[in-house]
Design a protein around this ligand. Structure first.
Ligand code: NAD
Length: 321
């Protein structure tokens, strides 16, 4: 039987996990070659049976040209760069890698909490520059941590916090109270969480409803001693309001891994504040998360071309038609 042809368009697939590429080569002819232009994408969907896709756009216009393509493996968690309806209409299975980086982001969130409460980056900068200035910090033990958004990452943050002797409050209107209690956390309203938490960490997806969820009004509800952590999406926080809140001492500090505009504008006034820690959308970037992502793609492609159903299908409707 003829071996399927797979085109690896994603630039990062296999870079940190040669085994993933080996898995593909064990059953398919593999071409590792990026595709930037519309024409290159059209060529890929015409010639190949499977594609490993990064952030490149695969819309209806491109998918109109499909001849052989049967499966798209999205190398990542989000599938918003693929027109899922168009793919489903063509009978193409789309796989993705849900929660592949959730543990990395949850661990990083806890690192940011501890770092901002002790101002470790500032201590480091000062020490390597010849200083010996100590900074009075705070313990996490005994504090109340408010988690907004209790999906894959929010739940992991709760689980990983369980050894820190903290009280955990959760606001997520789409998750049942019983489910929240299973993680040793207490469900509450948004206002109550804002008023009672010493640390507030954001883990919602970005939607119309969550855009600027943290605005001036809500920052004013927070304790003056509280910290805000954002590893979700930049636009969940109104940055202008946060700047005023940090500058005028409405809250004690913030740690941000994500920004309304990325890469962040070097002139963004948040960057020069004293009570903030910032990082470049780095929470998911670990060897383990990248390898997990590669292997989830490779194993699902193997399953598919072996006649089995892949585990992580983003358009399960395709199996109903
Ligand atoms: P998820 O879909 O598993 O969970 C999101 C949760 O938000 C859901 O439980 C949902 O019910 C809840 N939610 C939706 N609207 C809400 C609202 N109005 N109020 C409160 N809760 C609401 O997503 P996830 O995988 O846990 O990801 C969480 C966030 O982390 C996303 O914004 C994602 O883009 C981001 N993320 C960031 C990085 C990074 O490197 N910084 C990496 C991966 C994911």
């Amino acid at each position: 039987m003829e071996r399927p042809r797979i085109r690896v368009i994603s630039r990062s697939f296999g870079q940190y996990c040669s085994e993933a590429l080996e898995i593909l080569k064990s059953f398919a002819e593999v071409d590792v070659k990026g595709a930037k232009s519309f024409d290159e994408m059209v060529e890929a969907v015409k010639v190949y049976d499977g594609i490993v896709l990064g952030n490149e756009k695969l819309d209806r216009e491109v998918l109109k040209n499909v001849i052989k393509l049967k499966i798209i493996a999205r190398h990542g968690v989000g599938v918003d760069n693929i027109d899922l309806n168009a793919a489903t209409e063509k009978g193409i299975v789309v796989t993705y890698t849900p929660q592949a980086n959730a543990d990395s982001v949850a661990e990083y969130t806890i690192a940011l909490i501890l770092n901002v409460m002790r101002m470790i980056p500032k201590l480091h900068d000062n020490t390597v520059n010849g200083g010996w200035n100590r900074i009075l910090g705070y313990e996490l033990m005994g504090k109340t941590v408010g988690i907004i958004g209790f999906g894959g990452i929010g739940k992991r943050v709760a689980r990983k916090l369980s050894g820190f002797d903290v009280k955990i409050l959760v606001y997520d209107p789409y998750v049942g109270e019983e489910e929240i209690r299973k993680f040793g956390a207490n469900p509450t309203t948004l206002d109550e969480l804002l008023k009672s938490s010493d640390i507030i960490t954001l883990h919602v997806i970005l939607t119309e409803e969550t855009k600027h969820l943290i605005n001036s009004e809500r920052l004013k509800l927070m304790k003056k001693t509280a910290y805000l952590i954002n590893t979700s999406r930049g636009a969940v926080v109104d940055e202008k309001a946060l700047y005023i809140a940090l500058k005028e001492g409405w809250i004690a500090g913030a740690a941000l891994d994500v920004f309304e505009q990325e890469p962040v504008d070097p002139k963004n006034p948040l960057l020069i504040l004293d009570n903030i820690i910032v990082t470049p959308h780095n929470a998911n970037f670990t060897l383990e998360a990248l390898r997990r992502t590669d292997l989830m793609n490779a194993e699902d492609l193997r399953r598919f071309f072996n006649g089995e159903r892949p585990l992580y299908v983003a358009n399960p409707q395709v199996y109903k038609q």
